[in-house]
Design a protein around this ligand. Structure first.
Ligand code: WTA
Length: 653
C-alpha cells in the first residue's frame, strides 16, 4: 500500500453517468437502496422469497446470536439445484439455452435448461449409486467442461458438499484438500485442453492418492470423465468411468429439501499461514445473494442476454457467477474450456462475436494482457453485442478501465467493478449500472443491504478522503459460516481485530463522495492474476526442497499479473554444492510448480546469503519488496543486522 497509488487515484476526475437508454430498462433502480435502508433484514427476506423457491418458508431472517457464525433464513428449506434447474423447466423455459459450451479445440455443446436438468438428475442418481449421501464431501478436479457444472449441481441436489479444486493445482495441493475435507469421492477427467494440447488431470489424482501421509486418505472412488482421450492408469475397484455410471443411473430424481443452513460447498483459499483455509458456504443465504447480485449488478434480462463470466469453476467467481448466480436466474451463459490465447491471441473476442455475448465479466489481468496485444488484432471482431462489462479480482487501474470500455464496450458500455472475496461468497461493493455514475478505478458503493466501512487501526471510521482497513459492519446472507474443521482460526483471522465487524484483509480509501477505492491486501497474501496466493504457502514449498535453508516470498508489482511471485532463498551449502545460482533458481521454480501448481511458480528466485530479519527473527518482506520494485529501501532500523539489505541489493545488481 504505497502512498503512490493513493495519489494516482486522487487525480482521477473522469465520470460516466449511466447511458439514458440503459437506465430506462435497467433491472436495478434507486428504490433498492431506499428499501434496504429502511429495513435491511426485511429487504433480504423479500429478496430471498422473491428470487428463490422455498420448499418451506422461513420465519426468522437472521440469527446472529451465535456470532461470528450467522444463520440466515435458518428454519427455511430449499433445494439449491432445484432452484437452478427444475423450476425454470416448470415455468416453461426448458428450451432456453443454459450453457453454450465451447471446448478449446472448437468443439461445442449447447445445453438447454431441460437437458441440464435431466443430466443433473441422472448424475444425482449416479452419485447415490456410488454411496454418496447427505453431508458427504466430494472433491471435484475437472477442467471447465459441462460435467464440472453438472457435478456441482448433482452434489448439491443430494445434499452432499462439494470442494472444487482448480485443475491447475498439483497432486500435493489436491491431496491436502482431499484430506482436510475427508472427501469420499473425487470427480476428475482423463485430461482437458489447455494451450493447444491435452493437459492430463487423472495422473495428479493418482499421485495425490498415492502420497505417503500420516493418515490414510478417505477416497472410495475416483469418477473419471472422458475428455482428453489421453491414456490413463486405472486402479480396479476404485476408478470408474463417468459415462459408464451415468448411463447406468436412473433418469428420474426428485429434489429433496434441505435446511437453509445446510453446507453447500467448501472452497479453499490462501491465508497468511501455510495451510489453505476451507471456506464454508451454506445454501439459502448464499443462493439469495448470488442470485440477487447476479441479476442486479449485471442487469440480467434472462430472455435476451448472453452472459459470459470467464472464470474457471475452480474459483469462487466461477462458483457464484459461472454456476449458481446465472443458473438460478435462468440466464443463458457461455462456458469456455481453454486459455484466452489458444489457438490465437484473441480467442475470447472471437467467442464474444460468435455467441453475441452481451454481458462480459472478467479480471483486470486478462484486460491488461489484451491491452498489450493492441487494438488491431481485436478490431477484427464484432463486439457490438456487448452492453455491460464487469471486472473482479484486483483493483482495475483507470487506464485499463478506459481501454476496456472503449475497445470491448464500444465506448458506451457501463463497467461494474465488483469487490468481493471467497469469504463473502458474492459481490459486496459495486456500482449498479443503471443508477451509479461511474468512476474509473473505484469499486464505489456497497450494494443495497450491505454495510461497509473503512476503519483506522483503532477501529474508528476514517473521515472522507482517509485510508484504512476495509470492514463489513453487519452480517450478510452469503457470508462464510466458518473454516472447515477450524472454528478457532475462523475467529482469529476475521473477527479478532474489530469484534463483530468482519475484517477483510484489504486496505481501502474513502473519497470525498464516500466512494471506496481498494488498495490491495494488507496481510501476507499476494494477488497474482486475480488469484490469492499466500507467501507462507510458497515459502513452505520452497523450504521443503532439500537444498533450501530459508526462504522469503514477496509479491512484486507486475504490469501483466498485478503482482508476481518473487522468492529469496538461502541455500544449504552442503546440499547445494556444485550448483550454479541459475541452476538452483530454475530447479526451485519448477519445484514450487509441482508442489502447489503452475500458478504459484515464482517469476524469479534470487539466491541470497541472508534474509533481512528483525531481532525477534521475523522476516521483513516489505524491505525485499522495496528492492524488487526498485524503490529506495525503507527503514532498516529494526533489522538485527542493518547491512543485510545492502548486501542483498548489491547481489541483485
Ligand atoms: C481482491 C475473488 C480490488 C481483494 C472474488 C480481495 C479486488 C481478494 C476486487 C479476494 C476488486 C477482488 N477491486 N480488489 N474489484 N475484487 N479483489 O477470494 O484483495 O479470490 O480481498 O475472491 O481479491 O480474492 P478471492
Amino acid at each position: 500500500m504505497s502512498s503512490d497509488s493513493i495519489d494516482n487515484l486522487m487525480h482521477e476526475e473522469r465520470r460516466f453517468p449511466p447511458p439514458e437508454a440503459f437506465a430506462k430498462t435497467a433491472i436495478a433502480t434507486d428504490e433498492l437502496y431506499d428499501d434496504a435502508r429502511s429495513d435491511r433484514l426485511a429487504f433480504w427476506a423479500k429478496q430471498a422469497r422473491e428470487l428463490l423457491t422455498w420448499h418451506t418458508d422461513f420465519t426468522q431472517t437472521l440469527d446472529w446470536s451465535g456470532a461470528p457464525v450467522a444463520r440466515w433464513f435458518h428454519d427455511g428449506e430449499l433445494n439449491v439445484a432445484y432452484n437452478c434447474l427444475d423450476r425454470h423447466v416448470e415455468a416453461g423455459n426448458g428450451d432456453r439455452v443454459a450453457i453454450n459450451w465451447e471446448g478449446e479445440p472448437g468443439d461445442t455443446r449447447t445445453i438447454t435448461y431441460a437437458e441440464l436438468t435431466a443430466d443433473v438428475k441422472r448424475a444425482a442418481n449416479m452419485l447415490t449409486d456410488l454411496g454418496i449421501g447427505k453431508g458427504d464431501t466430494v472433491a471435484i478436479y475437472l477442467p471447465n467442461v459441462p460435467e464440472a457444472v453438472i457435478s456441482m449441481l448433482a452434489v448439491a441436489r443430494i445434499g452432499a458438499i462439494h470442494s472444487v479444486v482448480f485443475g491447475g493445482f498439483s497432486a500435493e495441493s489436491l491431496r491436502s484438500r482431499i484430506d482436510d475435507a475427508s472427501a469420499k469421492l473425487v470427480i476428475t477427467a482423463d485430461g482437458g485442453w489447455r494451450k493447444g494440447k491435452v493437459s492430463p488431470l487423472k495422473p495428479a489424482v493418482d499421485g495425490a492418492l498415492a502420497l505417503e501421509k500420516d493418515t490414510a486418505h478417505t477416497v472410495e472412488h475416483v469418477l473419471v470423465v472422458k475428455r482428453g482421450e489421453n491414456e490413463v492408469d486405472w486402479v480396479e475397484g476404485r476408478d470408474v468411468w463417468w459415462h459408464d455410471r451415468f448411463e447406468a443411473a436412473a433418469p428420474e430424481h426428485e429434489a429433496q429439501p434441505f435446511n437453509a443452513e445446510h453446507p453447500l460447498f467448501i472452497l479453499y483459499t490462501s491465508g497468511t499461514t501455510g495451510k489453505p483455509k476451507g471456506i464454508i458456504h451454506t445454501s439459502g443465504g448464499y443462493l439469495t445473494q448470488a442470485t440477487f447480485t447476479h441479476k442486479n449488478v449485471f442487469d440480467l434480462h434472462p430472455e435476451t442476454d448472453v452472459y459470459w463470466c470467464t472464470a474457471d469453476v475452480g474459483w469462487i467467481t466461477g462458483h457464484s457467477y459461472a454456476v449458481y448466480g446465472p443458473l438460478s436466474n435462468g440466464a443463458t451463459s457461455v462456458l469456455y474450456e481453454g486459455t484466452p490465447d489458444a489457438p490465437h491471441p484473441a480467442r475470447w473476442f472471437e467467442l464474444i462475436q460468435k455467441y453475441k455475448v452481451s454481458i462480459f465479466y472478467t479480471a483486470p489481468t486478462a484486460i491488461r494482457s489484451y491491452m498489450k496485444l493492441g487494438r488491431a488484432s481485436l478490431d477484427a471482431f464484432d463486439l457490438s453485442s456487448i452492453r455491460l462489462l464487469g471486472s473482479v479480482g484486483e483493483p482495475i487501474n483507470p487506464e485499463a478501465w478506459i481501454w476496456y470500455r472503449d475497445v470491448v464496450g464500444g465506448g458506451t458500455a457501463p463497467i461494474v467493478d465488483t469487490w468481493w472475496q471467497t469469504e463473502t461468497g458474492a459481490i459486496m461493493i459495486s456500482a449498479l449500472p443503471g443508477v451509479t455514475t461511474l468512476k474509473p478505478g473505484s469499486a464505489q458503493v456497497p450494494l443495497p443491504g450491505i454495510s461497509i466501512d473503512v476503519l483506522d487501526e483503532a477501529g474508528h471510521p476514517v473521515p472522507p478522503g482517509g485510508g484504512g482497513l476495509l470492514v463489513v459492519t453487519e452480517p450478510w446472507p452469503s457470508m462464510l459460516r466458518g473454516i472447515w474443521g477450524d472454528p478457532e482460526r475462523f475467529r482469529e483471522t476475521y473477527w479478532s481485530k474489530f469484534g463483530t465487524k468482519y475484517f477483510a484483509g484489504d486496505g481501502a480509501r474513502k473519497d470525498e463522495d464516500g466512494d471506496i477505492w481498494l488498495l490491495g491486501r494488507v496481510d501476507d497474501v499476494m494477488n497474482v492474476s486475480g488469484h490469492r496466493l499466500s507467501t507462507a504457502e510458497i515459502e513452505s514449498a520452497l523450504v521443503s526442497h532439500p537444498i533450501v535453508a530459508e526462504s522469503a516470498v514477496v509479491g512484486a508489482a507486475d504490469e501483466a499479473t498485478g503482482q508476481a511471485v518473487v522468492a529469496f532463498v538461502v541455500l544449504r551449502s552442503e546440499k547445494a554444492a556444485g550448483q550454479t545460482k541459475d541452476e538452483a533458481s530454475a530447479l526451485l521454480r519448477s519445484h514450487v510448480a509441482t508442489q502447489i501448481g503452475a500458478i504459484a511458480r515464482p517469476k524469479q528466485v534470487f539466491i541470497v546469503d541472508e534474509l533481512p530479519k528483525t531481532r525477534s527473527g521475523k522476516i521483513m518482506r516489505r524491505l525485499l519488496q522495496d528492492v524488487v520494485e526498485g524503490r529506495p529501501i525503507g527503514d532498516t532500523m529494526t533489522l538485527a543486522d542493518a547491512t543485510v539489505m545492502q548486501t542483498i541489493a548489491d547481489q541483485l545488481r
